[in-house]
Design a protein around this ligand. Structure first.
Ligand code: NAD
Length: 470
């Protein structure tokens, strides 16, 4: 690819002496290069964000809102270009990439419309107490490789409308769409309000310990989230952590197995299973277990697995070699104690393709059941008793999402209310919308994104408590 990708620092698009090859997971070959930052550039980016903060925060909110609308419009105008690039670096089918890009414009526009008015908490006996919300300062956004753009917008929308400035670091395997978005920011935002740089998994700790970074907004694995929380402690930074999950899908016994299999399959295999709230384990009652397994294995065998830029592709490659090897190893482990009824191996071609894999009859303590696979493989587990399946769904250090499927919506909802996660969907899935808060329980996260509460994550309460001088 001929595009000369640049970082955005203090309003300038910058290259670097050092670069990273970006690999297309559908070919396993480099297709573009990203400039790589060092600690000096990181310090320049943070310094630029610090200097830009007072001016940006002092702008009337309508002006910040207007710039956010311009970003949304610019992204919309080039949606197909962004989506093609997203498929090339991330692997997801083009229609899913378009969905991600258009989703970004919805999120930006939802935050464009947010306002944080001062709130009178008390007006009594001459005592007036008002809560203002003030921006925090410099927000560092650190994003993962599964949804590089939309997970950035979840942070950028509330951060900018509230008056913060930003330094942004995408994952090293998917930096390009973020850099391209930086070109839009460079023409629309004042210098220093948004700064974007790329690392090779080596600069994160400098964001999280930097004295001039006020908040770290992170999406990624629980293991990295723990490191970030520990290293942010030195400066008592605000953190939001959106981390991993091991979401259960519970199918109730009144659902036709074919219908249940289709819903669960789609929820497990979207973006080749690399979704924090993908179905990661399916629980199916004994009465329909065999029929369900047969149906879902059929769907896995029929799915078109190919380069995401090819029309008709349903499932693309796994995003990077390390994840490809991790998923392959989990499948090999599962094959020792369970029965693989579809897939079970990489495709015999270049690229990080794994055939969609279904494993039945696994014991509950199998690694594929207990760990987050983050790939196109699903264990299907049997249950006989609702209390038992609820206990098994809840027996996880994670608590991100989950689904319950049932023809009787009230009965399914009653089961959903017992699942101890941030979100449980009943009879639909992946409905993550700007007006609904999204947050993980237990080791799936701290704080959250989206919903009106998101503004609180990017602001500090400032209480002014006044009485007459007597
Ligand atoms: P990861 O934790 O390996 O990397 C995420 C980001 O953190 C990357 O930009 C990486 O460079 C950076 N990083 C690495 N070490 C760091 C450090 N010590 N300090 C600061 N930053 C550091 O995650 P990943 O493999 O890119 O993403 C997959 C994970 O993300 C899965 O566990 C998935 O469930 C989770 N995820 C969660 C959500 C959510 O909203 N809860 C959404 C998407 C993905």
């Amino acid at each position: 690819m001929s595009h000369d990708f640049k970082m955005l620092i203090d309003g300038e698009l910058l290259g670097s002496d050092s670069s990273l090859a970006v690999i297309n997971p559908a070919t396993a070959q480099p297709f573009a290069f990203a400039p790589r930052a060092d600690i000096n550039l990181l310090n320049r980016a943070v310094d630029a964000a610090r200097r830009a903060f007072p001016g940006w925060a002092a702008l009337p909110v309508e002006d910040r809102s207007d710039r956010i609308e311009q970003l949304a419009a610019a992204l919309e105008a080039r949606a197909a270009e962004f989506a093609r690039l997203l498929t090339s670096e991330q692997g997801k089918p083009f229609d899913q990439a378009m969905g991600e890009v258009i989703g970004c414009t919805f999120i930006l526009r939802a935050f464009r419309d947010h306002r944080l008015e001062p709130k009178v908490l008390r007006e009594r006996d001459g005592n007036r107490v008002v809560e203002h919300r003030r921006p925090l300062g410099v927000v560092a956004a650190i994003t993962p490789w599964n949804f590089p753009l939309i997970l950035l917008m979840n942070k950028l929308g509330p951060a900018l409308i509230a008056g913060n400035t930003m330094v942004i670091k995408p994952a090293p395997t998917t930096p390009l769409t973020t850099l391209l978005f930086g070109e839009l920011c460079g023409t629309i935002l004042p210098a220093g309000v948004v700064n974007i740089l790329v690392d090779d998994n080596d600069l994160g700790v400098h964001f999280t310990t930097h004295a001039d970074v006020d908040k770290v907004a992170f999406t990624g694995s629980t293991a990295t989230g723990k490191k970030i929380m520990a290293s942010a402690a030195g400066t008592v930074k605000r953190v939001t952590l959106e981390l991993g999950g091991n979401d259960a899908a519970i199918v109730l016994d009144d659902v036709p197995p074919g219908l249940a299999a289709r819903k669960v399959f789609d929820g497990a295999m979207v973006n080749a299973g690399q979704v924090c709230v993908a179905v990661k384990r399916a629980y199916v009652p004994s009465s329909i277990y065999d029929a369900f397994c047969e149906e879902i294995a059929g769907l896995a065998r029929a799915a078109i697995v190919d380069d995401g830029l090819k029309q008709g592709t349903m499932i693309g490659p796994v995003q990077n070699r390390m994840q490809f090897e991790k998923v392959s190893e989990l499948i090999a482990d599962a094959a020792r104690t369970g029965k693989v009824i579809a897939g079970g191996a990489p495709l015999d071609r270049d690229g990080y393709f794994i055939a969609p894999t279904i494993v039945r009859d696994l014991p509950e303590d199998a690694r594929l059941v207990q760990e987050e696979q983050f790939g196109p493989v699903l264990p299907v587990l049997r249950y006989d008793d609702i209390d038992d399946v609820v206990a098994r769904a809840n027996a996880s250090e994670y608590g991100l999402g989950g689904t319950v499927w049932g023809m009787d919506v009230d009965r399914a909802t009653a089961v959903a209310e017992r699942i101890q996660t941030g979100t449980v969907w009943v009879n639909h899935h992946l409905a993550i919308e700007p007006d609904i808060p999204f947050r993980g329980a237990r080791q799936s996260g701290l704080g959250g994104e989206l919903g009106a509460e998101a503004l609180h994550e990017y602001t500090q309460a400032h209480i002014v408590n006044a009485v007459a001088l007597a």
